[in-house]
Design a protein around this ligand. Structure first.
Ligand code: UDP
Length: 384
């Protein structure tokens, strides 16, 4: 049934321009449209849904073109909002890592300890963990380092640091873990037990018809016009306000310098599921000691595709080179944040701050998960 445009009496209808049709832009656009405003969304790629974009070929699973996207949130508000546009299927993400020739659960749990240490040491380490942590408690690397027991702060810490984090992080970010904010490694804690789920959130599920379909239904409103394949350009200001989800340094023409981002190449491999042999059933395999590749993901596992064939997405990170590849991850270091704040200040000190709000992973230069991007855009739509 077509939605009746809500233009409550007394509402001063404004023209909004939304740059970027990912989760952030689509959430903001939808809420503004529902408030009765007129919204134009422009997207430079030829599709909506940003990096969550997915597509499917005959006889193959739905493929996340820009790497696996696993929806998880503790926010009932975000979950309920998105549930207006999709149904879901339950999905628990499970990851394994190949470490010294063995395949072990990640987050590193008691089974990983048993598989990586020999002799009496697994029992000693598990006992030391049990003495200080609750069953299946998530323990960050820095919490582990702060423990008194040398089984934890030395034997286990050193092993996990050297074999799981050190090389992976160097590949992923082009720098050492110490240079990055601690929140990066906190994303992948250890587990004081045998639990092997990657996330702990209350809601863990995937959109039944994919993310692209979900974002399309968010944008399907008569107050919204969507244009894809169009790069934003300041254009005679045919709008009152703008929600900008591209890079803030790009917006300002790099006036204060280039913000750094990490890029990624995604290689898609079509395989018969049998080719994965013993790894079959593992959604994502991390390769901490591979020289270039960080991980690969079996899309048939993630989308519960029942067919004989699958597509594996292989991720190889690298530096972002403007004009050559895409910026995917803001760099979570103090220096990079400081440059971002100078851009924010520039916006505040000029009339830009009055009519432009920056949002999303690129616009707010934050390592946001999908649910955090939605929550941020919901807040922006209330305030701006
Ligand atoms: N990480 C690591 N080894 C791993 C998995 C993760 O060193 O096997 C570190 C790495 O720095 C990575 C961060 O933890 O960037 C966050 O990992 P996550 O799986 O959350 O990355 P995302 O899915 O956001 O790319």
């Amino acid at each position: 049934m077509a939605e009746i445009p809500r233009r409550p009496l007394g509402v001063n209808v404004m023209k909004y321009l939304v740059v970027g049709a990912g989760f952030s832009g689509a959430t903001f656009a939808r809420l503004k449209a529902e408030q009765g405003h007129s919204v134009r969304v422009i997207e430079q790629r030829d599709h909506v849904a940003g990096n969550a974009y997915d597509s499917q070929k005959m006889g193959e699973p739905m493929v996340h073109r820009y790497g696996p996207h696993l929806f998880h949130t503790n926010s009932e508000r975000v979950y309920k909002f998105l549930s207006r546009f999709t149904e879901w299927y339950e999905y628990r993400h499970r990851v394994r890592a190949r470490v010294l020739g063995r395949v072990v659960p990640l987050p590193f749990n008691f089974l990983s300890i048993e598989l990586c240490f020999s002799g009496r040491r697994p029992d000693e380490i598990k006992t030391a963990m049990r003495e200080v942590f609750k069953d299946n408690q998530r323990v960050t690397l820095r919490e582990l380092k702060a423990q008194e027991s040398p089984h934890l702060n030395k034997t286990l810490y050193d092993f996990v640091y050297e074999n799981i984090f050190e090389n992976y992080t160097q590949k992923m970010w082009g720098m050492d873990l110490e240079k990055l904010g601690p929140t990066v490694a906190d994303r992948v804690p250890l587990i004081a037990g045998y639990d092997d789920s990657y996330f702990t959130d209350r809601f863990q599920c995937m959109p039944a018809w994919g993310y692209t379909q979900l974002v399309k239904s968010m944008l399907d409103h008569e107050n919204i016009e969507v244009v894809t394949g169009m790069r934003w350009r300041e254009n005679g200001r045919e709008y009152d306000r703008m929600y900008f989800t591209g890079s803030i340094d790009d917006y300002f023409g790099h006036y204060l310098g280039h913000l750094e981002y990490r890029s990624m190449s995604f290689e898609l491999k079509s395989l018969a599921t049998g080719e994965l042999r013993d790894e079959k059933g593992t959604a994502t395999m991390n390769l901490p000691d591979h020289p270039k590749v960080t991980r690969y993901s079996d899309m048939a596992v993630i989308t519960k595709f029942p067919g004989e064939n699958t597509v594996v997405v292989v991720e190889t990170p690298g530096p972002y080179v403007p004009g050559v590849n895409e910026p995917y991850y803001p760099i979570p270091t103090g220096e990079a944040r400081a440059m971002y704040h100078r851009y924010e200040k520039l916006a505040e000190d000029t009339e830009v701050g009055m009519r432009v709000r920056f949002g999303g992973r690129l616009g707010s230069y934050q390592y946001l998960n999908m649910d955090q991007a939605v929550a941020q855009a919901m807040k922006a739509a209330e305030e701006f």
